[in-house]
Design a protein around this ligand. Structure first.
Ligand SMILES: [Zn+2]
Length: 616
């Protein structure tokens, strides 16, 4: 009875939350979910028993007969899909290699669902590697909410990739991907991707999580600790006396609203630094203090709040009350409200990885796009934003401008013969190299080149519009493009089509500069297959400069003049079908000193040598 009353209240709360989502999402529906989980951890066996209750709301117009759960830890078993893929890919991730195939019985990971009921009726289920296929006792109708009750047990794998126990720096538990997680269902159907290597996609909702573990362990992760004064370890409110139980274990109770995943980490030796920001957000740093961490993690306290301010100002206000930077994992990996990063780093590297992972909060965390289908909308946009943040924090723009590294990396990819379209499913790239350069670098250049095409100020405003219109709504490639089109008043679908779905490259050249009846005739050629608008800078012998602008006809408009560039004197549309175009300058050749295509270097032209003409 108590349970039924509880579910009634809970379902009412859920439907309030769901309505907020529905109102926010215009004509696109989204599923919503609420997790209640409790686990009891055995730190000697590295195993735990768990209970999970899910309230799942179907806002789709479809009747669902099956649902799917991710059982990520099953990837860490010899001969799993992740193991096979990691050993056979041409350029293996060194963190993985053949390590999974060498895991012993007490080192593998597993997640086993002992039983599952929907609305009190037993489901039938089949475990297929990292996916649990669940056939429902009765269908889930549109606009209805059902309750799943699940018992599960798991063994934490020895840390190989992202999650696990006893990582290379001795952190006991990096607990990502640790619970049966319902696959997301959206307008493109189910996304029950087996865990092979790449990243995630989840349904937004609330997480109420209770973790019972030996009392000397210090925890951190997603969410807000609900019983801080019973826990202590630096979480207690200022001036409060900690009232801990006498039992050998403590139960940590976390609550996280409006997130699509929940990560936690634990170690008996974690030092906990807490920084309260003026805007009410609390930053937590958790790390094992020793000679390799002490100095740099202490200095990190200055940088995390600064990065938080930078991103909130430029990409939208951070919507949660806390963010935790936790030593763990195998490099840097983002989760809602938190990150796991390795901690034995120089200060520059520590700040760099923290800034990158924090930037993910805006893209992976809150916008929450499908990282399998649109990895570039997360890693690429994160790279773009974090490059700018690093330049702002350290008041310098390495080698010209902050995105330089992304251009170099993309150019290398484009010339390597390994490039695949950026639209490739993240797990299905032929090489790790092609995935990395496409997602991180070519993805960053989507935004950097938008700055070139529509102007930086308009692009920056578009990013704030993107946040306002799509936060918590899981936008796709078309959604971001439409936001930028609306902000700029230009048609940009051609850019999305070429940049995202093809490997065609940009290469423009100045092929002729000659005298023509007292005027100067400039001939430009599009050598590459991808068309782009052209900014041309003419420098005269007397030192003055003018800009000539050649928008593509299919843009159906022009960008406004940008600050910091020479005055625009001439605009001439260039239809993409024409490989060459001619411009007549109203001045004799004797007065012209040099001409260059895109002096801002924002155009990802893969052969810049022919972009400049200088009088001999
Ligand atoms: Zn990243």
């Amino acid at each position: 009875m108590r349970k039924i009353t509880f579910f009634l209240v809970w379902t009412l709360i859920m439907s309030g939350f769901n309505q907020q989502l529905i109102q926010a999402q215009g004509n696109r529906w989204q599923q919503s979910i609420s997790y209640q989980m409790s686990i009891d951890m055995d730190v000697r066996a590295n195993q735990y028993q768990g209970q999970q209750t899910i309230a799942y709301s179907n806002h789709s117009p479809d009747t669902l007969h099956k649902v799917f759960f991710h059982l990520y830890y099953n990837a860490f078993q010899p001969n799993s899909m992740m193991d096979e893929r990691s050993r056979t890919i041409a350029d293996p991730d060194r963190r993985v290699g053949d390590r999974i195939s060498n895991l012993g019985p007490d080192e593998i990971g597993y997640m086993s669902v002992k039983g599952m009921h929907m609305n009190g009726n037993k489901v039938s289920m089949e475990e297929v590697g990292t996916i649990l296929e669940v056939t429902l006792p009765e269908p889930i109708l549109p606009n209805s909410t059902v309750i799943f009750d699940t018992e599960f047990e798991a063994q934490v794998p020895l840390q190989v990739r992202r999650a696990g126990r006893d990582n290379a720096e001795g952190v006991r538990y990096s607990m990502a991907q640790w619970y049966p997680k319902m696959a997301n269902y959206d307008e493109q159907g189910w996304h029950a991707n087996p865990y092979i290597g790449r990243e995630f996609y989840g349904t937004f909702g609330d997480f109420d999580v209770k973790i019972t573990i030996d009392k000397d362990y210090v925890l951190g992760g997603t969410g807000y600790l609900q019983n801080a004064n019973e826990i202590g370890h630096g979480y207690e409110a200022a001036g409060e006396t900690v009232r801990r139980t006498e039992a050998s274990k403590l139960t940590w109770h976390f609550y996280a609203p409006q997130v699509h995943d929940f990560m936690w980490a634990a170690d008996p030796d974690f030092t906990h630094d807490k920084i309260d920001m003026e805007n009410g957000i609390t930053i937590h740093h958790l790390y094992i203090k020793n000679s390799k961490t002490e100095e740099n993690w202490s200095q990190l306290k200055e940088y995390t709040p600064r990065a938080m301010e930078f991103f909130s100002e430029n990409y939208g206000q951070y919507p949660y009350q806390q963010y935790s930077v936790i030593q763990g994992g195998d490099g840097g990996m983002e989760y809602p409200m938190s990150t796991l990063i390795t901690g034995h780093r120089s200060l520059g590297s520590l700040v760099g990885v923290m800034v990158h992972e924090l930037a993910h909060s805006w893209f992976q965390g809150v916008l929450g796009s499908n990282e399998s289908l649109y990895p570039w909308m997360d890693e690429g946009f994160t790279t773009f934003a974090s490059n700018r943040c690093m330049a702002a924090i350290f008041s310098e723009e390495p080698s010209g401008f902050p995105q330089r590294g992304a251009y170099v990396s993309y150019e290398r990819l484009a010339k390597s013969g390994l490039e695949e379209p950026m639209s490739t499913h993240a797990d299905h790239f032929h090489t790790n190299t092609a995935y990395g350069a496409a997602a991180y670098s070519k993805g960053a250049l989507f935004l950097s080149q938008m700055g070139y095409i529509i102007g930086e100020e308009v692009r920056d405003q578009a990013m704030l519009n993107y946040w306002d219109q799509w936060k918590f709504r899981q936008p796709n490639a078309n959604d971001i493009t439409r936001v930028i089109e609306k902000a700029s008043g230009l048609e940009l679908d051609w850019f999305k089509e070429y940049w995202v779905y093809t490997t065609k490259t940009i290469d423009y050249a100045i092929t002729g500069v000659e005298e023509a009846n007292g005027k100067t005739k400039i001939t430009l050629q599009r050598k590459g297959l991808m068309p782009m608008p052209i900014d041309l800078l003419v420098t005269h012998e007397d030192g003055h400069q003018e800009s000539i602008y050649l928008p593509l006809t299919m843009m159906r408009g022009e960008k406004a003049e940008e600050e910091g560039f020479a005055k625009r004197t001439h605009t001439q549309k260039w239809p993409w079908t024409h490989r060459t175009t001619e411009i007549l300058l109203d001045k004799p050749l004797s007065g012209v000193k040099s001409i260059s295509i895109d002096p801002s270097q924002r155009l990802a032209d893969i052969n810049r040598e022919d972009n400049e003409w200088v009088k001999e």
